[in-house]
Ligand binder design. Structure first.
Ligand code: KG4
Ligand code: ZN
Length: 374
C-alpha cells in the first residue's frame, strides 16, 4: 500500500501534523477479544476483507461456560501470532497499516484489557491511530460491509441482535444513532439455547448442537410456552421457556434422554423461540415504522442468527411487514474482527472515531453518550 501526501508532509515537516480523522491511510487492523473468540482481521480502507482469523477458544467446554480468566490468558497467548498470521495472509507488513482498532467493550474485562492494550501498544509503536470500538456497534454496522447487502444497508434499519449475551431490537438510525426498542427481561437468546441444550443433555455451547438435533425432531410433540407472544412492545423473555423444557425433561425420567425425546424437545424449543422472535420482530418493525414510514430493511446478527430455522421465521416476519431481511453469513454473525475493523472504518470516515482515551469497560450500551453522533 502506497502512502501518499499526508504522511510525506508529516515527515518533511519534522513534526506530526494534527491527524485528519477522515483520512484512512492504509489497511485497518481489527482485534476482537471481548469474550471467548480471539479474532483478528485486516481490511482495506474501502472495507474489503484482506485477511481474517477467528479462534474459538477450546478450554471452556469442560466448565460448561466461558471462564473469564481462561479466556484472558488464551487471548494473550494467541493474539500476537494471530496478528502475524493475518498480516502474512494479507501480504502486508505492519508498517503499511493505516490504523489499529480493538473492541474495548462491552465484554469480559480481562479479554478487553488484552486486546485493547495490545492494539494501543501496536498503534503507538507504529505511529498510527488507535480506534476504540464498541462491540455492539460493530455487530450493528456489519450489514454495511461492502457487498453484503444489495444496496448497502442504508440507514435506518431495524437490527435484531441475538447473541449469547445480548438480545435487543435496535433502531439503527445513523452512525452513533441507536435507539433500543426492546430487550430481554431475563436470559439472552443464546443463553436460552445454551441452557436448553444443557437440559437436553448437549455440551456447551449448545446452540449449534441443539439446531442439529432439532432437525430430526417433532416440534409439535411438546406444548411449550411462547413467552411475550402478542404482548405490546418488543421486549423478550426466555426463562419461562427454559423452565418448561426442564419440566418436560424431568417428566421423561431421570438420566439421559432417549435420542428421539431429546430431538423432539430440541425441535419444540427452537420452534417456540422462532415464533417469539418473529412476533417480537414484527412489533419492533411496526414501532420503528411510526418514525420512519419508508423502513424497508430488517437485519439479524449475533451468534444466534446463524440458526437457519430462526432465519426462516424472521424472513417470514420481515416479508409480512413488507421488509427485506438481511442476515450476514454465519462467520460474520458470531464474534469476529472484520466487524471491529469495519466499525472503525465507518467512524474514521465520519470523523467520529473514539481513541485510546476510551478505556476498556465491561458495560457499554449502544445508546451511551460516548457513541452518540448528532
Ligand atoms: O455472538 P456470539 O458468537 O457471542 C456473543 O455472545 O457475543 O453468540 C454466541 C451464542 C451462544 O449462546 C451460542 O449457543 C449461540 O450464539 N449460537 C446459536 C447457534 N450458533 C451459535 N444458537 C442457536 N443456533 C445456532 N446455530
Ligand atoms: Zn457478539
Amino acid at each position: 500500500m502506497a502512502h501518499g501526501g499526508p504522511r510525506a508532509k508529516r515527515v518533511a515537516g519534522g513534526r506530526r501534523a494534527a491527524y485528519d480523522a477522515r483520512m484512512i491511510e492504509g489497511p485497518v487492523l481489527g482485534i476482537e477479544t471481548s469474550c471467548d473468540e480471539t479474532a483478528v482481521a485486516v481490511l482495506a480502507p474501502d472495507g474489503r476483507v484482506l485477511a481474517e482469523r477467528v479462534l474459538s477458544q477450546s478450554g471452556h467446554a469442560e466448565h460448561g461456560g466461558v471462564v473469564p480468566e481462561i479466556a484472558a490468558r488464551a487471548h494473550l497467548a494467541h493474539l500476537p501470532r494471530m496478528v502475524d498470521a493475518v498480516l502474512a495472509a494479507a501480504g502486508i507488513g505492519l508498517a503499511e497499516l493505516g490504523a489499529v482498532a480493538a473492541t474495548v467493550g462491552p465484554g469480559l474485562i480481562g479479554g478487553l484489557l488484552v486486546g485493547a492494550n495490545y492494539g494501543k501498544g501496536l498503534a503507538l509503536a507504529l505511529g498510527r491511530r488507535f480506534v476504540a470500538v464498541n462491540h455492539l456497534e460493530a455487530h450493528a454496522l456489519t450489514p454495511r460491509l461492502p457487498g453484503l447487502v444489495p444496496g448497502g444497508a442504508p440507514f435506518p434499519y431495524l437490527l435484531l441482535l441475538l447473541s449469547g449475551g445480548h438480545t435487543q431490537a435496535v433502531a439503527v438510525e445513523g452512525l452513533g444513532r441507536y435507539r433500543r426498542l426492546g430487550t430481554t427481561l431475563d436470559d439472552a437468546a443464546g443463553e436460552a439455547f445454551d441452557k436448553a441444550a444443557k437440559l437436553i443433555g448437549l455440551g456447551w455451547p449448545g446452540g449449534p448442537a441443539l439446531e442439529r438435533l432439532a432437525a430430526r425432531g417433532d416440534a409439535a410433540r411438546f406444548a411449550l410456552p411462547r413467552p411475550m407472544l402478542g404482548r405490546a412492545g418488543c421486549d423478550f423473555s426466555f426463562s419461562g421457556l427454559k423452565t418448561a423444557v426442564a419440566h418436560e425433561a424431568a417428566k421423561l425420567g431421570a438420566g439421559a434422554l432417549a435420542e428421539q425425546d431429546a430431538a423432539d424437545l430440541a425441535a419444540g424449543f427452537q420452534a417456540a423461540v422462532a415464533a417469539v422472535l418473529a412476533d417480537r420482530a414484527r412489533h419492533a418493525a411496526a414501532l420503528l415504522r411510526s418514525a420512519h414510514p419508508g423502513l424497508s430493511l430488517m437485519v439479524v446478527s449475533g451468534g444466534v442468527a446463524a440458526n437457519q430455522a430462526l432465519r426462516a421465521a424472521l424472513l417470514a416476519a420481515a416479508e409480512a411487514e413488507g421488509m427485506a431481511l438481511a442476515a450476514p453469513p454465519p462467520r460474520l454473525c458470531g464474534d469476529n474482527a472484520v466487524m471491529v475493523a469495519w466499525a472503525a472504518i465507518e467512524r474514521l470516515r465520519a470523523g467520529t472515531a473514539l481513541g485510546p482515551e476510551v478505556l476498556p469497560r465491561p458495560r457499554w450500551p449502544l445508546d451511551d453518550a460516548l457513541l452518540r453522533v448528532a
